[in-house]
Design a protein around this ligand. Structure first.
Ligand code: CTP
Ligand code: MG
Length: 236
């Protein structure tokens, strides 16, 4: 039997930086909630994946009719993103094989395109340490002095923005996140936990318009990105 593809989508955050009346995954974007866009993009490219959606237990906004995957399962969110992802990995523990592939994608990235998902999946299948979509840093980087002034400029050569999805074999990702948890390491992405094991996930160049809606102005930006993508010849 060949390895299964699992899709873990953390969607249990409260979106504090967005400063909106509801979590950002439930804000309207081009006529639909962000969560619906993201799930629909993922389903378009990976219809056979098994979805594990992490949601807050007290979520009052979620509507299961937005989920195009079948079957799929809901998992309780945790305190931090890494706790939500770990909950999902533990929830599928009895069904997942150690060499199954798990792609983790933020619900707050509704602009991901099929070609990026496919290239990422190829890289995860090839390499032993997993892979992540990433974009080379374009701006000049400054380090501050802690008081709002420049301490120095940092060379941007070799610096990347870590995007999602990030993908790993099931056993590796679970071991990495459990170890990060046990050692009190706060990781904001999955690759960081794998790196802490001494491994080197592959950087797969991803599109810069795969933004994570984080701050209020990002919603308008995402709207424009969706319009521009639809006007291009992408099929999704
Ligand atoms: N997330 C999660 N569980 C948490 C925290 C975050 O599932 N305890 C999810 C979010 O829903 C989001 C993704 O992880 O899809 C990336 O996190 P982030 O962009 O930081 O979202 P929030 O934590 O919701 O936003 P903020 O940090 O501004 O509060
Ligand atoms: Mg957060």
């Amino acid at each position: 039997m060949s390895a299964c593809l699992w899709l873990v989508v953390p969607a249990a955050g409260c979106g504090s930086r967005m400063k909106a009346a509801r979590p950002k995954q439930y804000l309207e974007l081009a006529g639909r909630p962000v969560i619906q866009h993201t799930l629909s993009r993922l389903h378009g490219a990976l219809p056979a994946a098994k979805l594990c959606l992490c949601l807050d237990d007290n979520d009052v906004y979620f509507d299961p009719s937005w989920v195009p995957f079948s079957p799929w399962q809901r998992v309780s969110g945790g305190v931090e993103r890494m706790d939500s992802v770990l909950n999902a990995l533990q929830a599928i523990g009895s069904k997942a094989r150690s060499d199954d592939i798990v792609l983790v994608h933020d619900i707050a990235r509704p602009c991901v395109l099929p070609a990026d998902l496919e290239r990422l999946l190829d890289a995860v299948q090839r390499g032993p340490a997993g892979a992540l979509l990433a974009a080379p840093v374009a701006d000049t980087m400054k380090r501050d002095n802690g008081a709002g002034h420049v301490l120095r400029s940092e060379p941007r050569d070799g610096l990347w923005h870590a995007l999602t999805p990030q993908g790993f074999r099931y056993a590796l990702l679970r071991r990495a996140l459990e170890q990060a948890k046990a050692t009190g390491q706060q990781v904001t992405d999955d690759a960081s936990a794998v790196e802490a094991l001494g491994l080197s996930p592959e950087l797969v160049v991803g599109r810069r318009d795969n933004i994570k809606i984080t701050h209020p102005e990002d919603l308008g930006l995402a709207t424009h990105i969706l319009v521009a993508q639809r006007a291009s010849d992408y099929s999704f």
